[in-house]
Design a protein around this ligand. Structure first.
Ligand SMILES: NC(=O)c1ccc[n+]([C@@H]2O[C@H](COP(=O)([O-])OP(=O)(O)OC[C@H]3O[C@@H](n4cnc5c(N)ncnc54)[C@H](OP(=O)(O)O)[C@@H]3O)[C@@H](O)[C@H]2O)c1
Length: 288
């Protein structure tokens, strides 16, 4: 690889990818795209080729792809028309004839029964990339272990855990490790229309999370699986916007249905060691 464009380079996952890329390539071989001038200035000072741009702006994408033979498209958030944004990146990559596009998808087991409609974009983007004729690498990342504190809340040691996730399990993995493994693939593997499934080596339910938090903190943390209707009422009473409550419920429904419970050893292989399991992971994430 001569030069790569990393989108999402200012984000947590993109930063982890770049940290590992820099073990083998230089900042001059990395183009970065961001909407934020301040972040771009910081990265420019480190020697990266920086481009102010947006997934919504094809012209900016074309400029950011100048001289690159590979594009890593880190999936957009859900604020805009994410599918159109992804299409813009793929179309531009095709227009400027990059050699390879890599994409951060999600590790979900059954497209047909997904509750969380936001996740459809990942499957649709995968299809769009495959239909584009470009060479590709797809990274299907599992739900970040890093989101557990967001799910259970900062007060978890006082309140316990209330989620409508039943005893569903997730093969959680740390975001940083998935970023590292992605960079290892980008650096060391040929771009051969391959899909990697990055997951932890074990699956965990909220019961397991409660039990580990109890062990680590010395305070009893109890998980109470709640019904969706009760959870909905509880969250709305706390003043959360209905759209946000629906999003949380949809995530939980997919967890309950074990959408993120498939285990693959791709992450262990590409990291070169076992992925961090729940106990050391939560120790880091909660600072315990
Ligand atoms: N597997 C999971 O559990 C999980 C959880 C949450 C999210 N995700 C997905 O993974 C992605 C990366 O995660 P992360 O943790 O690194 O997120 P993050 O820290 O919020 O970073 C998001 C990155 O995407 C860039 N971005 C977003 N919209 C853009 C746009 N319209 N044009 C150009 N750049 C745009 C941002 O760039 P600037 O702000 O600098 O422009 C930023 O660098 C998320 O965007 C989301 O799709 C996965």
């Amino acid at each position: 690889m001569r030069r790569i464009l990393v989108t999402g380079a200012t984000g947590v996952l993109g930063s982890a990818v770049i940290e590992t890329l820099l073990k083998k390539i230089s900042t001059q071989q990395i183009n970065v795209l961001s909407r934020k001038d301040e972040k771009l200035a910081e990265m420019h000072a480190k020697g990266f080729n920086t481009f102010r741009g947006d997934y919504d702006d094809k012209y900016s994408l074309e400029k950011a792809m100048s001289g690159v033979d590979m594009v890593l498209l880190i999936s957009a958030g859900d604020e805009g028309d994410r599918m159109q944004q992804h299409k813009n990146v793929v179309d531009t990559a095709k227009k400027v004839s990059v050699n390879c596009i890599a994409y951060t998808s999600r590790s979900l087991s059954d497209r047909a029964t997904l509750a969380n409609k936001l996740m459809f974009d990942h499957f649709d983007t995968e299809d769009y990339i495959k239909e584009s004729g470009l060479k590709y690498t797809i990274f299907r990342n599992v739900l970040y272990m890093d989101v557990i504190p967001l799910f259970v809340g900062k007060q978890v040691f006082e309140t316990g855990i209330f989620q409508p996730a039943g005893d569903g399990k997730v093969a959680f993995a740390l975001r940083k490790e998935m970023g590292e493994a992605m960079a290892n693939v980008i650096l060391n593997e040929k771009c051969e229309k391959k899909t990697y499934k990055f997951t932890g080596n074990e699956t965990y339910s909220f019961y397991d999370i409660a039990s580990v938090l109890t062990e680590l903190s010395g305070k009893e943390v109890k998980y109470t699986p709640v019904e969706i209707a009760a959870f909905d009422t509880m969250m709305l009473a706390r003043g959360l916007p209905p759209a946000m409550v629906k999003k949380i419920i949809d995530f939980n429904t997919d967890i309950k249905n074990n959408q993120e419970a498939e285990i693959s050893n791709d992450l262990e292989i590409k990291l070169g060691h076992k992925p961090t399991s729940l106990k050391p992971g939560l120790k880091i994430l909660f600072g315990l």
